[in-house]
Ligand binder design. Structure first.
Ligand code: HEC
Ligand code: HEC
Length: 393
């Protein structure tokens, strides 16, 4: 017995030893790398389909999803402006002004967490929140749903795609999300992706040197890696304050409204008239001023940059990092002055440009369905019952 026990122990030690030897290289930190985008992830609850995508495309461009019919997704995410906007801070619902820069929707389908502070985690939820937030789309759900029901083309399309008698708003967000999942980079059009795929002539000399700086001396790779060129983490860089923040009272109002809306304790927001960033989600003061590391894909088309649109050009961004970032209480220890020469900065910019498609992805504005309330309000409002009278939301 004792002998077998010893043998078993010995065998176990060998197995453990082999396992440890095998695990060792796995545990050693792999150097971070950039990568080609994988196929777009599709959630089980919202499979893709051509008709659904076509419907989502219509809805993305349809301002009638907003309260006063003035604001569509495409008002802020303009295809010709890289599916973002050239304004430093996004416009809002008429009479409002938003406090953040428009990120692009290109490749948004690949993010695990959406928004500059990572508060949302699905395109479906994001679309709903964009169109219903009072400062953004301000569309009262019941009213907007009824509007859709008064457009026969939409009624037919929703019925075909979702099998519902009448358009349901939750299905509208599904269709928009499916459309957004088609707004992704085509790697064949991206010099850097062709380089990764083995095409040695894909990158210019400047972009090659820029890549070496990105991964080496400039240290960008520490936060910008993987297929989207982001760690999807949150960092405070001390990005300079956006002058519009002080110059435009509407921005101040929107920030304060947002603080109230998100139940930020007044002790925190009374002496913080700025964007609290990741703090909104975690309520940890160590997260004040932290923002999600954005993807570096398609930057050629998405200026201006940073959560507050403070930099108009990529060169300004590179100058900022070269100086070691700015001032912030929770500033990342990863930022240090880089001592880049003028040529090196140009090389870095050339590399960043090589992460974009050579031609921008543009989708033509579709002809939108017209309103024709022929079926009668009573019919299409049938499943609301008393809801109409009670102002069902
Ligand atoms: C009034 C301008 C405006 C409108 C209208 C608007 N957006 Fe946005 N969008 C923004 C801004 C600003 C942000 C970033 C907000 C933040 O970080 O808090 C954003 C963020 C997003 C994101 C997240 C991107 C990322 O990098 O995380 C997606 C996706 C998106 N919008 C899609 C849509 C869709 C779909 C619609 C229509 C249903 C829409 N937006 C309507 C301004 C707008
Ligand atoms: C500590 C992590 C970190 C490092 C290191 C880092 N970045 Fe960033 N980068 C971020 C974060 C976070 C943001 C967004 C900050 C904000 O808006 O407040 C950002 C924003 C950017 C943007 C703007 C993108 C947009 O869509 O607005 C560019 C371009 C960029 N970084 C390039 C670089 C380059 C080039 C380097 C190397 C010189 C670098 N980054 C190093 C974390 C980092």
């Amino acid at each position: 017995m004792k002998k077998y026990g010893f043998a078993a122990l010995f065998a176990a030690m060998v197995v453990a030893g082999v396992a440890a030897a095998w695990a060792l290289p796995m545990m050693r930190a792999e150097p971070a790398r950039l990568a080609i985008l994988p196929p777009v992830p599709v959630p089980a609850g919202n499979p893709m389909g051509d008709d659904k995508i076509a419907l989502g495309r219509l809805l993305f461009f349809d301002a009638r999803l907003s309260g006063d019919g003035s604001t569509s997704c495409a008002s802020c995410h303009v295809p010709e402006l890289g599916w973002s906007h050239s304004d430093a801070l996004a416009r809002g619902y008429p009479g409002h002004r938003l406090w953040r820069n428009n990120p692009t929707v290109l490749n948004a389908a690949h993010y695990k967490r959406l928004m500059w502070d990572g508060t949302l985690d699905s395109l479906e939820v994001q679309a709903r929140s964009a169109m219903q937030a009072p400062v953004e789309g301000n569309g009262k759900p019941f009213m907007v749903e009824m509007r859709l029901r008064l457009m026969p083309d939409y009624v037919a399309r929703f019925r075909q795609v979702f099998g519902s008698e009448w358009p349901q708003l939750d299905d509208a967000w599904r269709a928009i999300a499916a459309f957004e999942r088609t707004l992704v980079t085509d790697p064949r059009q991206v010099p850097f992706d062709r380089h990764l795929a083995g095409d040695n002539s894909a990158l210019s000399d400047a972009a090659r040197r820029g890549l070496a700086l990105f991964e080496g001396k400039a240290g960008c790779i520490r936060c910008h890696y993987g297929a989207l060129a982001t760690d999807e983490g949150f960092h405070a860089l001390g990005v300079p304050r956006q002058p519009l923040f002080d110059a435009n009272p509407l921005v101040q109002i929107a920030v304060r409204w947002q603080n109230r809306q998100r139940d930020v304790p007044s002790a925190v927001y009374r002496d913080q008239d700025e964007d609290l960033g990741r703090y909104y989600q975690t309520r940890d003061k160590a997260d004040i001023g932290k923002f999600r590391t954005p993807s570096l894909r398609e930057l050629k088309y998405t200026a201006p940059y940073m959560h507050n649109g403070i930099f108009a050009t990529l060169r300004e961004v590179v100058d900022f990092f070269d100086a070691g970032g700015g001032e912030a209480p929770n500033k990342s220890p990863l930022l240090k002055p880089l001592g880049l020469s003028d040529d090196e900065k140009n090389d870095l910019v050339a590399f960043l440009a090589a992460l974009s498609m050579e031609q921008p992805l543009i989708v033509a504005v579709p002809a939108l369905p017209s309103m024709a309330p022929l079926g009668g309000v009573a019919d299409c409002a049938a499943d609301y019952g008393d809801g109409i009278m009670k102002g069902k939301q």
